[in-house]
Design a protein around this ligand. Structure first.
Ligand code: ADP
Ligand code: MG
Length: 279
């Protein structure tokens, strides 16, 4: 376990990964205007974050601390009040195919089948029929949905819908995957299987992943680095490099080394949750 002070990241000390910085979050804040007569809400204090190619960063924090706000800003769905986010050196100005999003609530098109959902973005980009089919078949197999190509979302379990959403995001070949509590609505057994599935894909595909969760086990198991958020207004309170080798097996979660990181993070999150509750 390797603690890195959040402010040290600006100098480029991002743990073991020495790949180039792909995403640079610099001094990002977000203040939401209050509804009629209500005071404004400061969701984020200045955030600094370096994400390197192939990083798997989990963002862990109490509910309401600004995790989704940060992810939406990185996705280009919201704009910071101050500061900026750069992807490969270019300021983010809106959503783009270079960032694939998966949210907690199922965001598949209900009137399209699994295959049509996955092919949607490819068709929009003007990819030929045969190439679309080949690509969607590949990712359908990868997420274990062979045989369900022609099912509609309502005919699928929650886990299968999220597997479709992941396949759809991956099929567009984004530079980064942005996931906001993607397994939050799943039962625990399914959730654990989905963690292994996504981690397996990452181990092969070497994508850059930013994964928001409030589940400590999930945050440690998947991450190359865990960024811990403070209570709102959120900032990155600490970062922990998670050095367990890959491929990771679920039994890792009961190892003494895992439990040690978990104990530390449990304390940190508890302190922030108490702070959020005003105690
Ligand atoms: P988290 O994802 O960590 O649970 P969010 O980023 O969703 O937290 O929210 C952080 C804070 O910002 C909360 O207090 C929330 O109510 C507020 N907030 C989020 N989006 C908006 C919005 N569009 N307008 C006003 N307040 C918002
Ligand atoms: Mg959220």
């Amino acid at each position: 376990m390797n603690m890195i002070a959040a402010d040290a990241l600006v100098t480029g000390d991002g743990g073991q990964n020495n790949a180039p910085v792909q995403l640079a979050v610099r001094g990002v804040t977000r203040v939401f205007a209050g509804a009629r007569g209500k005071p404004p809400t400061q969701a984020l204090r200045p955030i600094q974050l370096d994400v390197r190619e192939n990083d798997f960063i989990t963002i862990l924090g109490p509910s309401g601390c600004g995790k989704s706000t940060l992810l939406r800003i990185i996705a280009g769905l919201d704009t910071p009040t101050e500061g900026e986010v750069r992807l490969d050196g270019q300021p983010i100005r809106g959503p783009g195919a270079d960032r694939g999003m998966v949210f907690q609530s199922y965001t598949l098109f209900p009137w399209l089948t699994v295959e049509q959902n996955i092919r949607f973005g490819l068709r929009e980009r003007g990819m030929g029929e045969a190439a679309q089919k080949e690509r969607s078949d590949f990712f359908i197999a990868k997420v274990g949905l062979r045989g369900f190509e022609h099912h509609y979302p309502k005919q699928l379990s929650g886990g299968m819908q999220q597997r479709t959403a992941i396949a759809r995001a991956l099929a567009n070949d984004p530079k980064m995957l942005l996931l906001d509590e993607p397994f939050g609505a799943l039962d625990n057994q399914t959730r654990v299987l989905m963690q292994e599935l996504l981690l397996g894909i990452w181990e092969q595909a070497q994508k850059t992943v930013l994964f928001v969760t409030h589940d400590i086990d999930e945050a440690i198991f998947m991450a190359s680095r865990v960024a811990v958020f403070s209570a709102r207004p959120g900032c990155i309170k600490s970062e922990i490099a998670v050095d367990f080798p890959h491929p990771r097996h679920y039994t890792l979660k009961t190892s003494p080394e895992f439990m040690q990181i978990k104990a530390r993070l449990t304390e940190e999150i508890r302190a922030e949750t108490l702070a959020a509750a005003g105690q």
